[in-house]
Ligand binder design. Structure first.
Ligand code: TMP
Length: 221
């Protein structure tokens, strides 16, 4: 059976990626692909409990990082790898790029340590495609304010924090241009949707042609 594909959805809080993720799942299912929608932190009963702590409890950056990796380990072992092995297309709301962006650039946690932990808990597992929903931090903050939902521990960070997170995401995109597709998420929703559909079409066509979908060895690590 063909191995499935892993697609991650990234962006600063307020970029609008979650709505697009649901649409992308419908789009792939309409093409006859078996899909699984999941998220990080979360995706298993244990990881969802860790998520609740991460979003609410005050903690330092190292504790936050270790809880995130514990959640990821459980998720990778119990959901992502089995789903990929069963040929499913896994759509994951955030993956390791978020760790480098939020904990690395946002909180100042050492990048080498983050990369080492990632290698230990997930090996060489990397998304086949990452959709990076890019918006300026001021626009994202305005969207969050207008949503009316209570802000979680991350969403309460100042715009300067999200400026650093966004810069890291864009640097990751430049370093891994084959894997990461930057979506201009300032655009009206329909235009964002068409950019997502175009990226998915490129991936499904490459996959059907049996060509590698991610970049060269180590690209974007
Ligand atoms: P979400 O609101 O997009 O579901 O993500 C929850 C929060 O978790 C979001 O504010 C970013 C944060 N997060 C990290 O800080 N590092 C990570 O590695 C992941 C996966 C999420």
């Amino acid at each position: 059976m063909a191995h499935g594909k892993l697609i991650s959805f990234e962006g600063i809080d307020g970029a609008g990626k979650s709505t697009q993720l649901d649409h992308a799942a419908r789009c792939l299912a309409a093409r006859g692909l078996r899909t699984r929608v999941t998220r990080e932190p979360g995706g298993t009963p244990l990881a969802e409990q860790l998520r609740a702590l991460l979003l609410a409890e005050p903690m330092d950056a190292i504790t936050e990082t270790l809880l995130l990796f514990a959640a990821r380990r459980d998720h990778v072992e119990r959901v992502i790898r089995p789903a990929l092995a069963a040929g499913e297309w896994v759509l994951c709301d955030r993956f390791f790029d978020a760790t480098l962006a939020y904990q690395g650039a946002g909180r100042g946690v050492a990048e080498d340590w983050l990369r080492g932990l990632q290698a230990q808990i997930a090996g060489d597992l990397e998304p086949d495609l990452t959709l990076l929903f890019d918006v300026p931090e001021a626009l994202a903050a305005a969207r969050l304010r207008h949503s009316g939902a209570a802000a979680d521990r991350f969403e309460r960070e100042p715009e300067t924090f999200f400026g650093r997170v966004r810069s890291m995401y864009l640097a990751r995109a430049r370093a891994a241009q084959t894997r990461v597709c930057v979506i201009d998420a300032r655009a009206p929703a329909e235009q964002v949707t068409s950019q997502v559909e175009a990226a998915l079409t490129r991936l499904t066509e490459r996959s059907a042609a049996g060509r590698p979908v991610s970049g060269g060895p180590g690209e974007g690590r």
